[in-house]
Design a binder for this molecule. Structure first.
Ligand SMILES: Cc1cc2nc3c(=O)[nH]c(=O)nc-3n(C[C@H](O)[C@H](O)[C@H](O)COP(=O)(O)OP(=O)(O)OC[C@H]3O[C@@H](n4cnc5c(N)ncnc54)[C@H](O)[C@@H]3O)c2cc1C
Length: 521
């Protein structure tokens, strides 16, 4: 490869998305990845037995479907580079300990019928909530794939109208406050509270109330996309696109720091001492806690604020299992969904489990969610078999002082025993082999997932929008260093498969006068 225009640190999907846009716009890009594989949190690997394709991290592609990247197939990932999705319906289901279930369907009336099993009043309330969610969705979606607007100006705008003030009120409430306002039945509240908990946040955390509306709006409008062949097929499609436009992606290259000259990023140096020059710019998946180490000469206050960003006390642990046969739920054969949440009968137990984590303890009730995507994509396992991806939330440091490396199998067995209360065939005779990633493993697979926080840093109001990760780093740029741009779950709009690298590419293109409109559509 000749001279490089743009070097990208990290082959997470966000770095790849940014690289692919800029490659398609005619720039020569090079992506450098520390791991021996590509994709960061969007990766599919044979981690147990041959023929079992496991999504090591993300399984559910939700928010990327409203991104023009896929909504308009701007880079032809679907039309040309083989990316295909199925959209299960229901996308999501809660299964309670007593065998009752509550599905969240694409069709509002089907969801209402399920809610009415618990409370007719709540079914009506859901209609109101879903109506409001649908009305707000275009506005919310329009903020997700570009650089965030200044927070002060946004709130001033909201303050101009009754609807804006209502939106702002919801933004400031906790998920629990919102759920109590709308619903009366404990299980209905719990169903939505658990969904909100997927943001690694307690339903009692203030300023999380909008999440319910965003989730409901997205579920109805887009559902959950399950990529055929695995989550990593998105990564594969992006790499194929980059290579098609003359770019390259290299594995096993660990970037130690960004090279700068006269206040401008000029390339990167690897831990092995190799240097890659970038004529135009560097894009980096640089966690805010590592910014000072990766980029020399920064203003001390920029580094201090970045290092002060807070990580969620809710870390993730996963089991990826090769199963002899598809899951058989005790609640019945109707249990289905890309995401299935296993819940107690009592909402207070769920709330107190999040409190346990807040205090650094193990949750009293395992917060297990799972996906067995062979239900919708049999290509992920040998004929007749199935794969399972289950997750739970734990503290990064165990309260008993044991290391996760030494204790993760014990914890995985606790999760499986708990799942056995809901599922007939997750015992030792049913599982051919399983792989467990503790919070310590998460951190090793990507530096984004510090302390097992799969969103990089906590998704709290003071670390959101234009203030994510900090007010000075919120526009994907780094004060004091020109031509250095940021991607990652710790940037706006946050953790998840958003394709947020598009916003970084747009910002870079504006600064460097690169015409992205020339990208063939
Ligand atoms: C267990 C788990 C389950 C999840 N489930 C879902 C889900 O179902 N749905 C969803 O939407 N989201 C999910 N997420 C979150 C989602 O996976 C991430 O938010 C998303 O993948 C982040 O993408 P990214 O490109 O910004 O960063 P990453 O995917 O973290 O990629 C960063 C890449 O950069 C590389 N890198 C970093 N520093 C360097 C360096 N110095 N040199 C070279 N390479 C470097 C890393 O190795 C990594 O490959 C999950 C995350 C986890 C951990």
């Amino acid at each position: 490869m000749g001279k490089i225009d743009i070097v990208v640190i990290g082959s997470g999907h966000n770095g790849l998305v940014a690289a692919a846009y800029l490659a398609a716009a005619g720039r020569r890009v090079l992506v450098l990845e520390r791991n021996g594989w590509f994709g960061g949190g969007v990766v599919t690997r044979e981690l147990t037995l041959p023929g079992f394709l496991h999504d090591q991290h993300s399984i559910a592609h939700i928010f990327i479907h409203a991104n023009p990247l896929l909504a308009a197939d701007e880079l032809k990932l679907k039309a040309k580079y083989g990316l295909r999705y199925v959209f299960p319906d229901p996308p999501m289901m809660s299964v309670f300990e007593d065998g009752s279930t509550l599905g969240m369907y694409r069709d509002r009336e089907r969801t209402c019928a399920d809610i009415a099993k618990f409370s007719r009043k709540d079914a009506d309330a859901y209609r109101r909530l879903a109506n409001q969610a649908a009305a707000w969705l275009p506005m919310v979606a329009s903020t997700l794939y570009t650089a965030p607007a200044p927070l002060g100006a946004s709130f001033a705008l909201l303050d101009q109208s009754r609807e804006g003030r209502e939106f702002w009120r919801i933004v400031q409430m906790s998920t629990h406050d919102v759920l109590c306002e709308y619903f009366e039945h404990d299980k209905v509240r719990m169903h939505f509270a658990r969904i909100a908990g997927e943001n690694l946040i307690s339903p009692d955390e203030k300023s999380t109330g909008l999440g319910v509306f965003v989730f409901v709006g997205f579920m109805e409008a887009y559902g959950i996309g399950v990529p055929i062949g695995g989550s990593g097929r998105l990564t594969d499609a992006l790499i194929a696109c980059i290579k098609d436009f003359g770019g390259d992606v290299l594995a096993n290259v660990d970037v130690a720091h960004v090279l700068t000259k006269n206040g401008r990023a000029t390339g990167v140096a690897t831990t092995k001492g190799q240097e890659y020059e970038a004529r135009d710019a560097v894009i980096g998946a640089i966690h805010p806690h590592h910014l000072g180490r990766m980029v020399g000469g920064l203003d001390a206050e920029v580094v201090r604020a970045a290092e002060a960003t807070q990580i969620s006390p809710v870390a993730c642990i996963t089991i990826l299992a090769a199963l002899k046969a598809p899951l058989r739920f005790k609640a019945g054969a109707h249990v289905s969904g890309a995401m299935i949440e296993l819940l107690p009968n009592n909402y207070e137990q769920l709330r107190r489990s999040f409190d346990d984590l807040r205090y650094g303890g193990l949750s009293r009730y395992p917060l297990v969610g799972l996906g067995s995507l062979t239900m919708f994509d049999p290509s992920r396992a040998p004929k007749g078999c199935a794969e399972l991806h289950a997750w739970d939330y734990v503290p990064y440091e165990r309260p008993d002082g044991r290391s996760w490396d030494e204790s993760k199998r014990d914890y995985a067995e606790r999760m499986l025993a708990h799942m056995g209360g809901f599922i007939e065939n997750v015992g030792p005779v049913d599982i051919l082999q399983y792989h467990c990633d503790s919070p310590a493993d998460m951190e090793r697979t990507s530096s984004s997932f510090q302390r097992g926080d799969l969103h990089g840093i906590a998704t709290t109001s003071y670390q959101s929008g234009a203030h994510r990760p900090t007010p000075e780093l919120g526009q994907f740029t780094v004060p004091g260093v020109e031509r250095l741009y940021l991607v990652g779950p710790f940037q706006h709009p946050g953790g998840g498969v958003f394709g947020a690298g598009r916003a970084t590419a747009v910002k870079l293109a504006e600064d460097l006068k690169i015409d992205l409109s020339k990208i063939a559509r």
